[in-house]
Design a binder for this molecule. Structure first.
Ligand SMILES: Cc1cc2nc3c(=O)[nH]c(=O)nc-3n(C[C@H](O)[C@H](O)[C@H](O)COP(=O)(O)O)c2cc1C
Length: 313
């Protein structure tokens, strides 16, 4: 089955009522090599319909708390897997509604082991994907990797190319002006635009080459523009920052000339900043390494990384 056929097949089920044969009911324990997967929801397949992996098309059944063997339910969503050969359907009893976030939450017990995104009958639910491009070179390999991932996961994204907009690093004058406006609650100035856009995004992807054990300075300048008290975070009464961003998940995509090993300072910093300041609990790393090592075939490494992390290959 081609990538396109696979997508057409799952989309053809959206809104239809299907009969699900439940082979993993609520409470089912799947003993995996490294962990046990306990099913908090019913999970099964549509008998006789083969999915992308050549096996029967799988369905997560939401809204039925008790274990069951069979159920007729309406397909309300698709779990698109970027790094797998199949997608999954999500179904619920007729008339029962779930938001994209609720679906993501319900299937997270298994989907956390994959790169996946939820599509519902309203497309990707109006989801706002923000793509922060911190790649300097015109033919950036990091951008290629990130673009492949984006295409595989989402239909569209708002793109911010940092080398086009060149966000200014905060100088003393700007810090004072920003604090004064912020204290008055006046955020109409253009200087608050990036923070507004960031706080509002539902999915965030950063593409940043591995530079000097970290990332290009333009990304730090961007962050200085985005860290605005009262917009992307605020201080709780005990002085601890609390995130105010909508995104629940972010991606950090990088390529490195050598092997970063433990020295993933850029990713470590972003992951911690996103979690502790912005309230974005999860930032996943996608990296291709060794691209500039003599004797390595950079194109091959990149294509392998694209293949590994996307369903398109
Ligand atoms: C300014 C600069 C700094 C770099 N620093 C490092 C580094 O510290 N370690 C490393 O392994 N590679 C380093 N590289 C190599 C890049 O990580 C590598 O070429 C990467 O694939 C570039 O991504 P791009 O194709 O998206 O530009 C550096 C490259 C540049 C231009």
């Amino acid at each position: 089955m081609t990538f396109e056929e696979r997508k057409t097949q799952v989309r053809s089920y959206l809104g239809k009522t299907v009969r699900i044969a439940v082979d993993r009911p609520v409470g089912y324990v799947h003993h995996k090599e490294k962990y046990d997967l306990i099913y908090p929801i019913n999970y099964g397949c549509i008998p006789g319909v083969l999915g992308g992996d050549g096996e029967e098309l799988d369905v997560y059944l939401l809204g039925v708390d008790k274990p069951c063997e069979e159920y007729a339910a309406r397909v309300i969503g698709i779990i698109h897997r970027a790094n797998d050969v199949e997608d999954k359907l999500v179904a619920a009893p007729e008339g029962m509604r779930f938001t994209r976030g609720e679906i993501a939450e319900a299937v997270n017990f298994q989907e956390r082991y994959y790169i996946s995104a939820v599509e519902t009958e309203d497309g990707f639910g109006g989801e706002k994907v923000l793509f922060i491009d911190a790649c300097a070179r015109r033919d950036s390999r990091t951008r290629r990797l990130a673009n492949a991932l984006l295409d595989s996961l989402f239909r569209d994204a708002e793109r911010v190319r940092l080398y086009d907009i060149l966000p200014r690093c905060l100088d003393g004058e700007t810090v004072e002006k920003r604090s004064a406006l912020n204290e008055k609650g006046d955020r109409s100035d253009a200087m608050f635009g990036l923070a507004k856009q960031f706080a509002d995004a539902e999915e965030i992807m950063i593409a940043a080459p591995y530079w000097d054990l970290s990332f290009p300075a333009v990304l730090k300048c961007y962050i200085e523009n985005v860290c605005v008290n009262g917009m992307t975070f605020r201080y709780a009464e005990n002085g601890v920052p609390q995130g105010l961003c909508r995104a629940k998940r972010a991606w950090y995509v990088a390529t490195a000339g050598g092997y970063a090993g433990e020295n993933l300072f850029g990713y470590g910093y972003i992951k911690t900043l996103f979690r502790d300041m912005f309230g974005i609990p999860e930032t996943r790393l996608i990296i291709a390494e060794g691209l500039d090592i003599a004797g390595n075939d950079a194109e091959k490494i990149l294509l392998e990384a694209i293949e590994k992390h996307t369903a398109r290959g």
